[in-house]
Design a protein around this ligand. Structure first.
Ligand code: GLP
Length: 255
């Protein structure tokens, strides 16, 4: 297998990012109905989930055999907590499409034995055959999932300490007065790098520096997303604001 650097595709805006990402997911599921997807939370994928809901309602995507694994979940939050990623996913996607509940996986943030929960989640991913497609966002400090700067590239599912900066960036998804936890369970970088394909979605000028460091900087655990340079099939879809530091590749379209 020859490796090739991540392909950067720049499109006009967040809606176009969502459209292009939904096209890839639709094509994958059409060709492989039991596809295994890794899914992100955050603001970035909101338009993607809206687009997937629309395509399901229009009869273009059948999620009946698809399996999903979320990248992460906050430690200490149950699935009904307003800030939990389980709730986010139900509201944004799961309850609107024909994904079977038993095929939608998230780490259990309330597990009494967190190490055992991490090992079990990793095992579940491996038993499913790993990720056919891992959809990722990126944090302003270059994190992917909750793999914060300094996380070893050989990491598996683990409990991560969430930086103050990342907690602040996530505050919008919590009710007023509720602080985001300082720990989360996250899929590790090694697990992500084993995905057959990776799709990184990046929108907004505040992500431009992180994207540039991830794609053009040295491969360095201090920039977790730079690990993506080690993977042979990474497609990055960025809007013009996020990509303004970068020359896009030949496949650039839109503006
Ligand atoms: C959180 C999530 C990440 C996500 C990041 C960026 O930290 N754990 O998976 O990529 O936020 O979020 P946003 O898309 O809101 O900028």
């Amino acid at each position: 297998m020859t490796t090739s650097p991540p392909v950067l595709e720049v499109v006009r805006d967040a809606a176009a990012v969502a459209h292009a990402a939904a096209d890839e997911i639709q094509e994958l599921i059409t060709g492989r109905p039991a596809a295994v997807l890794a899914l992100p939370t955050g603001r970035t994928p909101l338009p993607l989930y809206a687009e997937l809901r629309r395509r399901y309602q229009a009869g273009h995507i059948d999620f009946g055999q698809v399996q999903t694994f979320n990248l992460d979940e906050w430690v200490g939050l149950g699935p009904d907590h307003a800030g939990s990623y389980a709730r986010f996913m139900r509201e944004q996607l799961f309850s609107h499409v024909n994904l079977r509940p038993e095929n939608c996986h998230l780490p259990n943030g309330l597990a009494p034995d967190l190490a055992a929960e991490c090992a079990a989640y990793e095992e579940l991913i491996q038993r499913a055959g790993g990720f056919g497609l891992a959809v990722l966002g990126i944090g302003r400090n270059g994190h992917i999932g909750f793999n914060e700067p300094g996380t070893p590239f050989d990491s598996r599912t683990h409990v991560a300490l969430v930086t103050e900066e990342t907690r602040e960036a996530n505050r919008w998804s919590f009710p007023p007065g509720v602080d985001p936890p300082d720990r989360a369970i996250t899929v590790g970088i090694a697990t992500l790098l084993e995905a057959e394909r990776i799709l990184l979605l990046v929108t907004g000028a505040e992500k431009a520096a992180a994207l540039e460091r991830a794609l053009r900087g040295p491969v360095d655990p201090l920039v977790p997303a730079s690990a993506l340079q080690l993977h042979p099939r990474v497609r990055v879809i960025a809007d013009a604001a996020a990509a303004h530091h970068l020359d896009a590749d030949a496949r650039t379209r839109g503006g």
